[in-house]
Design a protein around this ligand. Structure first.
Ligand code: PLP
Length: 478
């Protein structure tokens, strides 16, 4: 245990540094490194003192260069290399657990989930065949079945796959549409849809998506009906539950009806809002979700998981047959017939992390009440921030938050000032806000995407104060 003690430069002692993480001895080998990592995380956060390192990209890169070089020394530095690099990365991190870090759908992971991820790393199951992941694959089957039932309570055989996130889940949605409707399938989405839809269409060799303008911020079912009437090809309609810019939710029941009437498939990208399903007081926002053929969910957004943790759910599990694939060394027919689960069709990836472990551990630890409480508190924080903005004479509020995103801007500021405020806060390391232009040609807004269930009213007031100060600082140089 000595080589990895927290203090000292760490002797180049290969007999320690090359210890393996697995088995009963693995846990012993891990402990000093985990201690070193925990110490480094604390040191890094103390050093940073805020949501973001001050000084901008060059200052951070210089510090990283200094810690990293030489990256492959002739003689290794031992465990001190771990501690130094973790401290450097921690000190130079954007920390989503800091309430002033609210730019993106960049979640503060739960400590419990991060600990589960450590177990996943140490055990290193690979989810492409049963003989690499006997229990992890069984847990995945349990958990995806339970989650598919949450999304599709009335379907006889829903199913769900674990993905690296919304991007991969949306790709699967388009791929299944291509497989079931043919390569001529016309994707129809709103201007408010996630950019990954367009990329997936490009990747899959599909025609360019028909993008319906969304002047109200959400997809208009009547406009979709019109496009469906005019489209000769079989179609996949994409709705969004929680847009990336504003958190708005498309009208799912009406869009489902529009798709149904025309025999089109419907995919709902619920990467942001989907887990509201688990909160009885918020689930009504997702009315109509279960009418979709497929749904994207992201546990690394409003699910407080470390990246990666995505889910792709389908109403009819038979849809997933299109992903079946054979590789004799992983799922030979006779192995499958003899009862070894065939996992290769559960993803387009081959080697695959057991991301389900942290998700399952979180659901079990929090329970429905605990999960709902986190969701409700986060939504309440967004409404509180919106109220503060509304009451502040120096700011304009875009709209009441639909979810947990609050758009605001210094009153009557030019776009360049709005962008400048954001960059000034980044450079000072005081706050991390995003930016959004929800309407093409409309003004630029600052975006606070709140995902921290522990954010207090005083944190939100401080965020507004910092923003006002950054605006004032910038005003003279306009
Ligand atoms: C975040 C997001 C995605 C992409 O998900 P990743 O997990 O980043 O791959 C897709 N759609 C929406 C609506 C999102 O918010």
């Amino acid at each position: 245990m000595h080589a990895a003690t927290a203090e000292g430069p760490g002797r180049p002692d290969h007999s320690e540094v090359d210890a393996l993480a697995g088995g009963a001895a693995g846990a012993r080998a891990l402990r000093p490194y985990v201690d070193a990592v925990l110490a480094a995380l604390e040191e890094g956060a103390t050093e940073r003192q805020g949501p973001l390192p001050a000084g901008g990209p060059e200052a951070v890169a210089a510090r990283v260069r200094q810690a990293a070089r030489p990256l492959l020394p002739a003689t290794g530095v031992g465990a001190s290399g771990l501690r130094d690099l973790v401290r450097t990365v921690a000190a130079g991190s954007a920390d989503p657990a800091d309430p002033q870090c609210a730019a993106h759908l960049h979640t503060p992971p739960l400590a419990l989930a991060a600990a589960a991820d450590l177990a996943a790393a140490a055990l290193n199951p690979s989810m492409d065949s049963w003989d690499q992941a006997p229990a992890a694959s069984a847990l995945e089957a349990e958990t995806t079945a339970a989650l598919a039932d949450e999304v599709y309570p009335d379907s006889p055989r829903p199913d769900a796959l674990v993905t690296t996130g919304g991007t991969e889940a949306n790709q699967l949605a388009l791929l299944l549409a291509r497989e079931h409707l043919g390569p001529g399938v016309q994707i129809i989405c709103g201007a408010n849809a996630h950019h990954s839809i367009h990329r997936a269409a490009w990747l899959l060799g599909l025609r360019r998506p028909h993008t319906v303008p969304t002047p109200t911020g959400v997809l208009d079912p009547l406009a979709v009906r019109q496009v469906l009437r005019d489209t000769r090809n079989p179609a996949l309609v994409i709705a969004t539950a929680g847009t990336t810019d504003t958190g708005a939710l498309d009208p799912l029941p009406e869009l489902a009806a529009a798709a149904r009437i025309r025999g089109a498939r419907l995919h709902v990208d619920a990467a942001y809002a989907g887990l509201l399903l688990l909160a009885p007081r918020l689930a009504h926002l997702l009315k109509g979700l279960s009418e979709a053929d497929s749904v994207t969910l992201d546990f690394h957004k409003l699910g407080w998981q470390p990246v990666a943790a995505g889910l792709f759910a389908v109403r009819d599990g038979a849809d997933l047959k299109a992903l079946d694939h054979r590789a004799d060394y992983l799922n030979a027919d006779d192995d499958t017939e003899a009862g070894l689960p065939d996992l290769l069709g559960r993803s387009l990836r081959t080697t695959r992390r057991p991301d389900i472990l942290k998700i399952a551990a979180t659901l079990k630890a929090l329970g429905r009440d605990g999960f709902a409480d986190l969701l409700e508190r986060t939504v309440a924080a967004a409404h509180h921030l919106a109220a503060l903005v509304d009451a502040h004479p120096g700011f304009e509020l875009y709209a009441q938050p639909a979810l947990t995103t609050v758009l605001f801007r210094p009153a009557a500021a030019a776009d360049a000032d709005v962008a400048g405020v954001r960059r000034r806060l980044l450079a000072d390391g005081h706050a991390v806000l995003g930016r959004a232009r929800p309407h093409a040609g409309g003004p630029l807004w600052l975006k606070a995407t709140l995902l921290n269930p522990h954010a207090q009213p005083s944190d939100l007031a401080a965020l507004l104060k910092l923003t006002a100060e950054a605006h004032q600082e910038g005003a003279p140089v306009r």
